[in-house]
Each structure stands twice: as C-alpha cells, then as structure tokens.
Design a protein around this ligand. Sequence first.
Ligand SMILES: C[S@@+](CC[C@H](N)C(=O)[O-])C[C@H]1O[C@@H](n2cnc3c(N)ncnc32)[C@H](O)[C@@H]1O
Length: 185
Amino acid sequence: MSDEIASKWNSRYAYSGKPLPPPAAVLSRGERWLPKGENLTALDLACGRAANAQWLVARNFSVSAWDISETVVAEINSRQSASLIDATVRDVVEKPPSASSFDVIVVSKFLDRGLCGAIQAALKPGGVLFYQTFTHGLSNPDFLLCANELLSLFKGLHILEYHEPEPDSDGKADARLIARRPMHD
Ligand SMILES: C[S@@+](CC[C@H](N)C(=O)[O-])C[C@H]1O[C@@H](n2cnc3c(N)ncnc32)[C@H](O)[C@@H]1O
C-alpha cells in the first residue's frame, strides 16, 4: 500500500517547475504562538515541497521534513535555499515520530486519523502543533475532516486557536488548529 501511495505522489511531483507555494496560513498567521528559545526543533510532517519547513528554517528552527515521496524529497535536497532542511523519505504511518521529540510540528493538507495520537505525543512538553487540512472540497471523503474533528483528534492538547470557516465560492474549506502540549500531561 505504501508503495502505491509513494508512486502516486512521485508522479504528481515529477518536475513541476512551479515556484514554492506559501507556507500554510495556520503557520504564517499563527506566528505569535511559536515557542521562543534556543535550539528549537520542528517537524514538517508529510511536507510535500517543504514550504512550511523553509519558513521555519528562516525563523531559526532546526527543521526535519518528512515525506513518503522520493521525488519530492530529492527536489527539496536539490534546492539551495532549502539546504538547512533535514529532508527525509519516510512513511510517517509506518514510522511515526518518536515521543517528545519536537518543539513544533506542522501538518498541512494531510490526514491520517490513526496517526494523531503519535503526533500529539511527539510534541515536547510545551511544544506547539499547527494543523490545517480540508473540511470541504476533496473528492475522497476519507481525507475530509468532520465539524470540530481536529478538536477531538487532539483533545490532549491545550487549544490556542481554532478556525473552521464556511466553504468558499469554489466549495473548498479547511480547519485550522493551533494547540500546545501541556507541561504535564
Ligand atoms: C496534499 S500533499 C501536502 C504537502 C504539504 N504538506 C503541503 O501542504 O503542501 C500530501 C503529502 O503527503 C505525503 N504523504 C502521503 N502519505 C504519506 C505517508 N504515509 N508518509 C509520509 N508522507 C505521506 C504525500 O507524498 C504528499 O507530499
């Protein structure tokens, strides 16, 4: 199954030549919630072209970017501007992040409900999760969030911000969650 997923995404990423997209709005608009300090680590999970990772590198985080697609990871590694990103081919479902390993985790346009517990546990105490994905506008309903679903998937975290706007004129909408792991669970 994971080979099938990788090959689907490899063909989507086969040379696009497009400029890097902007980072997820949940991250750029939620900048004030980033933890402050020295030697902070961040993970861009299912990173795609790693726009989120690049934005975090520019804010002095030590950033890992993981994706199942070898094609997109090779593209990240070939970009000089991404040289500080530690980009790795990794199936995050088979190999989720370890417990208490990141100060920041960002997930955009990716949903695997079975992974949410591991994502929550992978935050260090005080670490912050930035999550943004679709509620409307995808043909596969498995990848669409239900109303308030991010809130229940991450109920062990302290919610800092949550938005779930109505669909736009194209019928698309996403939910955006910013939440912090308490210092003591
Ligand atoms: C819609 S793209 C989103 C990419 C990026 N996060 C963004 O916001 O542009 C979904 C990404 O998830 C990756 N992906 C899908 N299944 C994965 C898995 N099991 N492990 C790691 N990455 C996966 C795909 O390769 C693809 O890059």
